[in-house]
Design a protein around this ligand. Structure first.
Ligand SMILES: C[S@@+](CC[C@H](N)C(=O)[O-])C[C@H]1O[C@@H](n2cnc3c(N)ncnc32)[C@H](O)[C@@H]1O
Length: 258
């Protein structure tokens, strides 16, 4: 609503030449020099240089991608992107990771099958179908990174996480993008509404601290193999690692203290 109001006000102001309302959230229609100079780095440079299949990204995601994913560049990382759309994103990841990476994309839209074999393998099915997901991961030979850019519907995000997080390799990353949809009713969202990706991951913070709680884990499907949960604007990342018992220690030992 605020966004719509801002757009209307800006339209009116443009007509009489007044100052524009600063907008924090907007569709940038063109890759201007200013945007190119602000958003730089491995993924942003590939994005701005794209002349091929269409790719649509929020620009502030690029520094997040670089922080999280640059360590995998040049490796044989196995990555699954949920949501293929016009195919450009898979091209971006191929350029980002290089030839050795195993990259798969899934989409519910059968038209996306035309992108199969271009930069990545594409499989058609729904992100809330456990059998389909496990089949894709089996074909990939395991999985190190999941990027959920699919329907952005809360129940779908939870369904994919429930299947794919347990299949992630040790040290793997589970990334959910466009988390702002957790606040939008059309995506089963709403502020503090139970079951949104934001609320679901807040509960995972409790699970991560299960060993400090008297009554164990808080959520039904608790998975304690969580090393960290990171929130950026609209992007969340859960890192998988088997957790060891926690110890605290004083050195030197008490009897050796001076
Ligand atoms: C935001 S677009 C993906 C954009 C793409 N990753 C990019 O960066 O250019 C979302 C895609 O998710 C797909 N999608 C919607 N519901 C889905 C579902 N239940 N399972 C898998 N894909 C779904 C849509 O068909 C659409 O192509």
């Amino acid at each position: 609503m605020r966004l719509l109001f801002g757009r209307v006000v800006n339209k009116l102001r443009r007509c009489w030449g007044g100052p524009l309302m600063p907008s924090v959230v907007d569709f940038a229609a063109k890759a201007t020099e200013e945007l190119r100079s602000v958003y730089r780095g491995r993924s942003a440079d590939i994005f701005f240089a794209n002349q091929g299949r269409t790719v649509h990204k929020w620009l502030h995601y690029f520094s997040i991608y670089d922080q999280l994913l640059e360590p995998y560049a040049g490796s044989n990382v196995r990555m699954l992107e949920i949501g293929v759309s016009k195919g450009g994103s898979l091209n971006l990841w191929r350029k980002f990771f290089g030839d050795k990476a195993v990259i798969f994309g899934i989409d519910i839209d059968p038209n996306c099958a035309v992108y199969d074999g271009e930069a990545a393998k594409v499989r058609i099915g729904s992100q809330d179908d456990p059998q389909f997901l496990t089949g894709v991961v089996a074909e990939m030979g395991g999985i190190d990174v999941v990027l959920d850019d699919g329907s952005h519907v809360s129940s779908h995000q939870r369904a994919s996480f429930a299947v794919l997080f347990p299949l992630l390799e040790e040290g793997g990353l589970y990334i959910i993008e466009d988390m702002h949809t957790a606040y939008w009713p059309a995506y089963e969202g709403g502020l503090r509404r139970a079951g949104t990706a934001v609320e679901f991951l807040k509960a995972k913070i409790d699970d991560m601290h299960a060993h400090y709680q008297k009554h164990g884990m808080n959520t039904e499907d608790a998975m304690p193999d969580i090393e960290s949960i990171q929130f950026f604007d609209s992007v969340a990342v859960v890192k998988k690692r088997k957790q060891r018992p926690r110890f605290h220690l004083q050195v030197p030992a008490r009897e050796e203290q001076i």
